[in-house]
Design a protein around this ligand. Structure first.
Ligand SMILES: NC(=O)c1ccc[n+]([C@@H]2O[C@H](COP(=O)([O-])OP(=O)(O)OC[C@H]3O[C@@H](n4cnc5c(N)ncnc54)[C@H](OP(=O)(O)O)[C@@H]3O)[C@@H](O)[C@H]2O)c1
Length: 199
């Protein structure tokens, strides 16, 4: 398969690339890194990326930013960061990609554990991750041409503990390589409309 991997340079993206590259042709994309530069927030940039890559069989996203902070200090602008970037950025991938992916192709998006297991400072992340999971189950029943869509929803990743560990006390972390297996199941399997919780 020819697979477009957005966020390939990140902690999860690198692990996904290690998992899929031995069997597939991977085109990497990112804001400041990769074969192709794209800003998911910008729909025109997403459309330009698809025009550049040509025919592909799978779109895999390990990208997306959002703001962590106390609810008391949250503003519409700070909430809007995650909505525009992690949520709508990945929705943009599907809105534009549904028209260009090869028949039977797949989208795999990244959400996260905070949709159902919240932490302090994580209200935006809980909102955005739940939105992504909902989008996936809704979009799955409408996608044409046997296109599929799934979300991977991991807990905190072991490799990220140096940065995120203090916010996730009591959570058991998961290796990025294990999260990458859920991406493999989505891309290389046949399921659709699933949210894979990786704990
Ligand atoms: N790490 C965890 O513990 C964990 C757990 C659950 C869920 N997640 C989710 O997994 C995703 C990746 O996490 P990570 O820790 O691997 O992040 P990371 O190391 O910061 O990597 C993020 C990657 O996404 C790219 N990117 C970010 N915003 C983008 C945009 N607007 N347009 C295009 N590319 C963009 C970056 O590109 P450049 O490098 O080129 O800037 C980078 O390659 C995030 O959505 C995060 O919320 C992470």
């Amino acid at each position: 398969m020819k697979i477009l991997l957005i966020g390939a340079n990140g902690t999860l993206g690198q692990a996904i690339q290690r998992e899929l590259a031995p069997r597939h042709d991977i085109i990497t994309a990112g804001r400041n890194s990769g074969d192709i530069r794209v800003d998911l927030k910008d729909f025109a940039s997403v459309q330009a990326m698809y025009a550049q890559v040509g025919a592909i069989d799978a779109v895999v996203s390990a990208a997306g930013n959002l703001h962590f902070g106390a609810l008391a200090d949250m503003t519409p602008e700070l909430m809007g960061v995650g909505i525009a970037d992690k949520l709508m950025g990945q929705v943009n991938l599907v809105l534009a990609g549904q028209h260009v992916l090869n028949d039977g192709g797949s989208f795999t998006l990244i959400s996260g554990v905070l949709s159902h297991d919240p932490i302090v400072y994580g209200s935006s992340a809980s909102m955005v991750n739940a939105g992504l999971d909902g989008f996936v189950i809704g979009a799955a029943i409408e996608l044409p041409r046997r296109l599929r869509i799934n979300a991977v929803s991991p807990t905190v990743v072991t490799e990220s503990l140096p940065s995120y560990g203090p916010f996730f006390r009591g959570f058991e972390s998961v290796a990025a390589a294990k999260v990458a297996l859920a991406f493999s199941k989505s891309v290389e399997g046949a399921q659709t409309g699933q949210v894979y919780r990786v704990l």
